[in-house]
Design a protein around this ligand. Structure first.
Ligand SMILES: Nc1ncnc2c1ncn2[C@@H]1O[C@H](COP(=O)(O)OP(=O)(O)OP(=O)(O)O)[C@@H](O)[C@H]1O
Ligand SMILES: [Mg+2]
Length: 300
């Protein structure tokens, strides 16, 4: 089912994902909210097990949430039929996995791997070949077309993976730790390539990463903590494309995020430092909200 697109391109509201393993329930997403504008590049960071891959898999249509709402463009991901999900995965999203080998068929050449997704969308064979070659050029591998994956370096394999993900010109690219297996220099080049794609093709891009310098490369970094968005680092602009050189002079600022119910997450180290336990006092003074320990002002 579709509905007219209003507001941000990606809209996740109060998403929950509960995995059941034998008798145990694992809560991977716990009321997560996220909005992403069309053409935005964002990075998602967070500790291992915080729910990053779960979120990406839901956005890719590989998995469904246990509760909440999730829409991408004019598509409500929870109200699509099996066939619609299949089309969505094929045409709307490109996905890049961390494991370089998972992105490619080992017995096909790089350019054949890039042409493959276009067979599923019935692109005529002449156009497939031409576009595959163009994409190989775009990712800087025009000279490696005929190589099979084993003859490519890790960085080159991820470049091919990006070309494969872009084959059907999806408006959305999702990358789950695409640089996790690469050295720092190669990782930086791959992140720059995402910036180029964003600028040249207008693709909306979500990258899960542990790269400490990511904030300097994308418009916005959101931190997921225990299955919920906690903080955000961004420049003081509404949004910015990855390589939008125009705004790099703007300072990076960190924000805490307020969810749809008005909840905020206070970092554990701040709570510990201020000795805030289960309960705190909220004061509103001079246009400021102050949160202080329970015993503050007791006896008054
Ligand atoms: N298929 C599954 N079955 C059961 N539990 C799962 C499944 N997938 C994820 N989980 C659990 O859900 C939580 C979130 O996992 P997720 O893979 O989304 O984390 P992550 O942030 O991607 O971590 P990492 O940085 O290690 O990749 C974890 O506790 C994980 O063990
Ligand atoms: Mg993961």
């Amino acid at each position: 089912m579709t509905h007219p697109e209003t507001g941000p391109y990606i809209r996740c509201e109060d998403l929950f994902k509960i995995y059941k393993v034998a008798d145990l329930e694992v809560v991977a997403l716990r009321g997560l909210d996220l909005k992403v504008e069309r053409g935005e590049v964002i990075a998602i960071v967070g500790a291992s097990g915080s729910g990053k891959s779960t979120l990406l898999n839901i956005l890719a249509g590989y998995d469904t949430p246990s509760a909440g709402r999730v829409a991408v463009g004019d598509k409500d991901l929870l109200r699509m039929t099996g066939k619609e999900v299949e089309l969505y995965r094929r045409e709307e999203v490109g996905f890049i996995w961390q494991q370089t080998s998972r992105n490619m068929f080992p017995y096909l050449s790089a350019v054949e791997n890039v042409a493959l997704p276009m067979m599923l969308t019935n692109t005529p064979s002449g156009n497939r070949q031409k576009r595959a070659e163009e994409l190989m050029d775009m990712v800087g591998l025009g000279h490696r077309m005929g190589h099979t994956p084993e003859k490519l370096s890790g960085g080159e394999q991820q470049r091919v993976a990006i070309a494969i993900a872009l084959a059907n010109s999806p408006p959305l690219l999702l990358a789950d730790e695409p640089t996790g297996e690469l050295d720092d220099k190669t990782a930086a080049e791959i992140l720059d390539l995402f910036g180029t794609i964003n600028v040249e093709m207008g693709t909306t891009i979500l990258i899960v990463t542990h790269d400490p310098d990511i904030a300097y490369k994308v418009g916005r970094v959101v931190m997921i903590q225990d299955g919920k968005m906690a903080t955000e680092v961004r420049r003081r602009v509404t949004f910015q494309r990855a390589s939008g050189v125009l705004d790099v002079d703007q300072p990076l600022e960190e924000f805490i995020l307020v969810d749809g119910s008005g909840r905020v997450q206070i970092p554990r180290d701040v709570l510990d430092k201020l000795n805030i336990g289960e309960r705190a006092r909220l004061r509103i003074e001079d246009g400021k909200v102050t949160i202080v320990p329970d015993d503050y002002g007791s006896g008054r």
